[in-house]
Design a protein around this ligand. Structure first.
Ligand SMILES: NC(=O)c1ccc[n+]([C@@H]2O[C@H](COP(=O)([O-])OP(=O)(O)OC[C@H]3O[C@@H](n4cnc5c(N)ncnc54)[C@H](O)[C@@H]3O)[C@@H](O)[C@H]2O)c1
Length: 387
């Protein structure tokens, strides 16, 4: 019998993220044995009874619910994990906070800045632990980038650029809305690539390089009308299919960001690069264990970009896994974030990004959309302290 404290999880939404999070909870105790807390999979919630039951059985939940309101009412749930589409985040999170539950919420925090603010107000009023799953921070090579930047090795930063490219909506006959296609419906998603993909790039960028001060953006909706899967009617498409913005960071550097779902051949190409006076770093999701590092202080005869295989036990999180030289994958970023959340319960500190941190990303997303709509520069109003 384990003498660990239990964190009893109630997870809402049995799709892509429901699976990554469930996998994370199932593996934590094996790979992070020193944690005082242990996740216990109490209940999974999906609206369809058969799906809820099957999901609970597949991932090892003790029970299932078909209405998240019932999940939140339960005394045997400590933390609610929100893995549902963006239009549900605020309602579930606010109700969970009012019931005194801890909350782990998927990104983006919500559809809009105003909606996100209500969530921040709710968790702050209730004083409940909270975090948002901007999981790319927990990829060891990205965490190592953070450490190198924080050490000052890059010197004064001049440039930050990021891309997040996909190609899955090029087909003009693809419907919008409903199961599997809610990202195409602005009422559910809030925005298109800005909230879905650029939100990740913005979160990573501000974590690594500080606040984004102002933005100038252009967006495009290439296919103007699509049939709605739920109504069968052809309706206007309200999301941005592509977005490009540039910006000033608070530290004086310039940023350049691009995201689209119309870059044929790209499925999930997330890359970022940061250039300082003394060095540069580059990372690519397709080769996620590697970090490219150019160090201008190297002797000229060996000067060049080194490709660091981030798999050594001295490197972030890697002492928890195999032996040096053996890589890990996408799913590990969620395991790391869940483990960091459990650790934060031990230490009593926040688990970044908190709802308040994610609100800053939302401010940038909102400024990006406003800028594109008004064809003008917009201040973001970001209030960001680096951790
Ligand atoms: N961190 C990341 O890298 C990442 C990646 C993908 C998605 N996300 C975010 O995760 C969230 C979910 O995305 P996904 O890709 O898992 O979507 P998905 O469509 O695969 O799964 C969503 C699930 O929620 C269920 N659902 C919808 N409304 C519900 C309700 N009221 N009660 C219970 N279940 C409900 C759907 O039936 C579906 O099973 C979104 O906010 C998305 O932006 C984050």
């Amino acid at each position: 019998m384990s003498d660990k404290k239990q964190l009893r999880i109630g997870l809402v939404g049995g799709g892509f993220m429901g699976r990554t999070h469930s996998n994370a909870y199932n593996r934590i105790s094996n790979f992070f044995p020193a944690l005082q807390y242990q996740p216990v999979l109490k209940a999974a919630c999906s609206r369809n009874q058969a799906k809820a039951k099957a999901f609970a059985e597949q991932w090892g939940y003790e029970s299932f619910e078909t209405d998240w309101r019932n999940l939140i009412k339960r005394d045997d749930i400590d933390a609610v994990d929100i893995c549902t589409p963006n239009d549900t985040h605020a309602e579930i999170a606010i109700a969970a906070a009012e019931a005194g539950k801890m909350i782990l919420c998927e990104k983006p925090l919500a559809r809009s800045l105003a909606e996100s603010q209500t969530m921040v107000d709710a968790v702050e009023k209730a004083g409940v632990a909270n975090t948002v799953w901007y999981n790319y921070r927990r990829i060891p090579a990205v965490t190592l980038a953070k450490q190198i930047i924080a050490s000052g090795k890059l010197g004064k930063i001049y440039h930050y650029r990021a891309n997040f490219l996909q190609d899955w909506t090029i087909n003009a006959n693809l419907p919008q809305g409903g199961e599997g296609l809610w990202r195409m419906d602005a009422d559910v998603a809030g925005s298109g690539v800005t909230g879905d993909l650029l939100a990740h790039c913005i979160d990573t960028a501000m974590w690594l390089n500080g606040a984004i001060k102002d933005v100038s953006a252009v967006t495009e909706t290439f296919v103007k009308e699509r049939m709605h899967q739920l109504t069968g009617k052809v309706q206007k498409v309200g999301i941005d299919d592509a977005c490009i913005f540039h910006c000033h960071f608070e530290n004086g550097s310039l940023g350049l960001f691009e995201s689209t779902r119309y870059a044929r051949g790209h499925k999930a190409l997330y890359t970022f690069e940061i250039n300082g006076a003394n060095g540069s770093l580059r990372w690519d999701l397709h080769d996620l264990n590697r970090l490219e590092f150019f160090d201008n202080s190297d002797a000229s005869i060996v000067k060049g970009c080194r490709s660091i295989h981030v798999t050594d036990g001295d490197q972030p999180y890697m002492d928890k896994w195999w032996v040096p030289g053996l890589g890990i994958g996408y799913e590990h970023s969620f395991i790391h974030q869940a483990a960091d959340f459990l650790k934060s319960l031990e230490t009593g500190g926040p688990c970044s990004p908190s709802f308040k941190d994610a609100l800053q990303t939302q401010k940038v997303c909102e400024a990006v959309i406003d800028s594109a709509n008004s064809r003008s520069w917009k201040d973001t109003g970001v209030d960001y302290s680096l951790e």
